[in-house]
Design a protein around this ligand. Structure first.
Ligand SMILES: *Cc1c(COP(=O)(O)O)cnc(C)c1O
Length: 222
């Protein structure tokens, strides 16, 4: 039972206030069920189609988190069930999430993705862009979404000093923006940290970690 053992090990290291998202992308349903049977109820996927397929067949008390980059035209495939969308990085996407949530009479929780990595391949907004959205009239009109936190991904590097700097930047962005709460913008969740860096992320203030390979083993993409 390596998956169950891995989960147990990781959970024993996490402070109580830290939420563990088990990142199950590319993994078969049998692996997810193994984690489920060990008590895991929050799963993260990065492709909407794959998440929807797994949602169909898995037990219904699971919270599904979309952790990947979201294409606007695919929001409709997850609007009926997604619990948290981590990667919101523009206002047009937020409007589409609101529109689709409304069709299902839901309020969908979202995180704004902040760009902290030096790589161009990583998405995200700046603190200034977020504060402009928060102060705009247009945000208050979106009644079917709620921004509950921020998410970020550090640079893929072995240089832990750089990673620490990036996490620290995200934490200070979080603390600054937290002061600006409105009816549908209230920051509580700081989603940062993956298999290679979640301990450091927690030291830097994370309260939600997204862990894949340390639970399910390494992924093969083909
Ligand atoms: C894949 C992925 C993770 C998990 O990565 P691991 O290194 O396997 O823990 C976390 N966050 C995002 C956004 C991902 O795409």
């Amino acid at each position: 039972m390596p998956i169950q053992q891995n989960l147990k090990n990781i959970k024993s290291q996490l402070p109580e206030y830290v939420t563990l998202v088990a990142v199950s992308k590319t993994k078969p349903v049998a692996d997810l069920l193994e984690a489920y049977n060990a008590g895991q109820r929050i799963f993260g996927e990065n492709k909407i189609q794959e998440m929807a397929e797994k949602h169909e067949v898995m037990p219904k008390d699971i919270e599904w988190h979309m952790i990947g980059h979201v294409q606007r035209n695919k929001v409709k495939y997850m609007a009926s069930f997604v619990s948290l969308i981590h990667g919101v990085d523009n206002f047009k996407l937020l409007k589409e999430i609101n529109k689709q949530a409304k069709k299902h009479s839901r309020i969908i929780d979202c995180l704004f993705q902040i760009k902290i990595a030096s790589e161009d391949s990583k998405f995200g907004m700046t603190e200034l862009e977020v504060s402009e959205i928060i102060q705009s009239e247009a945000l208050s009109e979106l009644q079917n979404i709620k921004i509950v936190g921020l998410m970020g991904m550090a640079t893929f590097t072995h240089d832990m000093n750089q990673v620490k700097q990036e996490f620290t930047l995200l934490k200070s962005t979080f603390d600054n923006l937290k002061k600006l709460s409105t009816s549908n913008f209230q920051l509580l969740t700081l989603s940062m940290g993956m298999s290679g860096d979640y301990e450091l992320a927690i030291e830097c203030g994370s309260n939600m970690v997204r862990v894949g390979s340390s639970i399910f083993g390494s992924r093969s993409y083909n």
